[in-house]
Design a binder for this molecule. Structure first.
Ligand SMILES: Nc1nc2c(ncn2[C@@H]2O[C@H](COP(=O)(O)OP(=O)(O)OP(=O)(O)O)[C@@H](O)[C@H]2O)c(=O)[nH]1
Ligand SMILES: [Mg+2]
Length: 437
């Protein structure tokens, strides 16, 4: 893995719409798309990064997208580095994306790196933002062009060595990714394109006490419900502390309740009822212990990811398909309604009565057509019928046919008459409202 160098030629063009507002490390879009489409570069850096010298020639089906999320310092980036090394050694093709604009170094060979396109420090400066605002804005800018990222991944998937996994590192400030629109856009577009799995990295050392453990689990639980994707819990840093205690607490609620009682938290009862709720949550995920540093637990990690992928295919994908179908039906209904509205508009243009008087029944479209035919039959103002607005007489504003005739003969006074009509209609509406109250 040490021979991995940063792949700079395969980054997407994720430039903001107004580049003068942001200092971005600009690179030509076409160049990048072409470079990414070319597949492994001759320099060998990308080749090594995407599976090594002799990747499996067997074309795999869609890759599994793995989004790595976790509290700051839990070891997400180190885990990416470890997964990079592991997959490379296994000669499994893969693709890596860095979504953390604030990271100083990506110790893995990112095929796509947000930092190559958005300079978050410049974003901070230009928009006078703090560090979190800068990261959030940088991610938002990136999300607006996420289609391009999907395009690059798609090209690789269609290439000679399609990746089996596409891995995403996310910003340390977990809420920036999990609670922002950009995080949602990225996750949703990814999940609609590929089987997608969330890996929630837990710092095992930091959650050895029952209350911290529960807080972390509640956060993971909120992510599961927010993102609605299969979730794998990766208890990291097991080289420092084994994660048996966590597995035990998850499998046996009584032992966890006992541990909570020992802590004598003033929130004892609340904590216990929340622990009960978490039991349901544990049933819907897989937990594994890993060490990003030593490489322990890689096999169970990928077994858990593959299992989560089948969950995606059997449950989440079906749900997505259902949502798509529902959206299609909604759209058809909307189009049907607007077609109906158009037909009605057409009838009105043909002379249907426009009812301003709230006490009257809406015009019968059939009768309106008949009325229009009749008018044509009379031969009066035949040309006007199409161009003139509906008759004032028909508007029920207190005018009679003679007034209408007069208006036709005195076009200059028409406007004044219109004003008067509006005034009367308003007055009439006012007096009927008074009568009503
Ligand atoms: N002992 C040990 N240390 C680890 C392990 N994984 C990560 N670390 C250390 O934990 C610290 C944080 O690791 P990172 O990979 O930067 O964590 P991160 O979640 O990416 O951090 P942010 O992106 O800032 O949120 C580093 O000092 C790592 O060396 C592990 O498995 N074992
Ligand atoms: Mg990191």
């Amino acid at each position: 893995m040490e021979d991995m160098s940063k792949v700079a030629d395969a980054v997407p063009a994720v430039l903001p719409a107004a580049p003068e507002l942001l200092a971005v490390e600009a690179k030509a879009i076409d160049e990048k798309v072409a470079a990414a489409a070319m597949g492994p570069s001759s320099s060998g850096s990308e080749a090594s990064s995407s599976g090594g010298g002799a990747p499996s020639a067997t074309p795999t089906s869609d890759p599994t997208a793995i989004i790595i999320i976790g509290m700051a310092g839990s070891g997400k980036t180190t885990l990416m580095q470890r997964l990079n090394a592991h997959l490379h050694a296994e000669k499994t093709p893969y693709y890596m994306v860095n979504l953390d604009p604030a990271v100083l170094e990506t110790p893995f060979g990112a095929h796509i790196d947000i930092r190559d396109t958005v300079n978050y420090r410049e974003v901070m400066k230009q928009y006078a933002l703090g560090p979190n605002g800068g990261i959030l804005t940088a991610l938002n800018l990136f999300a607006t062009r996420f289609e391009q990222v999907l395009g690059l991944i798609g090209k690789r998937v269609a290439g000679p060595t399609p990746p089996k996994y596409v891995l995403f590192d996310t910003p340390g400030q977990i809420e920036i990714f999990t609670w922002s629109a950009s995080g949602q856009i990225i996750t949703a577009s990814l999940a609609s394109a590929y089987p997608t799995v969330i890996v929630y990295v837990v710092d095992t050392v930091r959650c050895r006490n029952a209350v911290s453990f529960m807080s972390n689990m509640l956060y993971a639980c909120s992510i599961l419900y927010k993102m609605k994707l299969p979730l794998v819990l990766a208890f990291n840093k097991i080289d420092l502390a084994p994660c048996d205690f966590a597995q035990h607490w998850m499998d046996d609620l009584d032992s966890f309740t006992e541990a909570l009682q020992k802590e004598r938290s003033y929130m004892g009862t609340l904590a216990q009822s929340m622990a009960l709720m978490l039991e349901e949550f544990y049933a819907s995920l897989t937990a594994v212990g890993v060490s990003a540093l030593s490489g322990e637990g890689m096999e169970p990690f990928f077994a858990a990811v593959d299992k989560a992928r089948t969950e995606y295919e059997s449950g989440y994908a079906l749900e997505l398909a259902k949502q798509k179908e529902q959206r299609k039906l909604d759209e058809e209904e909307r189009q049907r309604k607007s077609r109906e509205a158009l037909v009605l508009d057409g009838l009105m243009a043909a002379g249907a009565k426009v009812v301003l008087d709230g006490n009257r029944e809406p015009a019968d479209p059939g009768a309106a057509v008949a009325a229009a035919d009749e008018d044509e039959g009379e031969g009066e103002h035949e040309d006007d019928d199409e161009e003139e607005p509906p008759s004032m007489y028909s508007r029920g504003a207190g005018y009679n046919k003679e007034d209408e005739q007069w208006a036709m003969e005195h076009p200059n006074d028409r406007e004044e008459l219109e004003g008067l009509r509006r005034y009367l209609a308003k007055k009439k509406a006012g007096s009927s409202a008074e009568a009503g109250s």
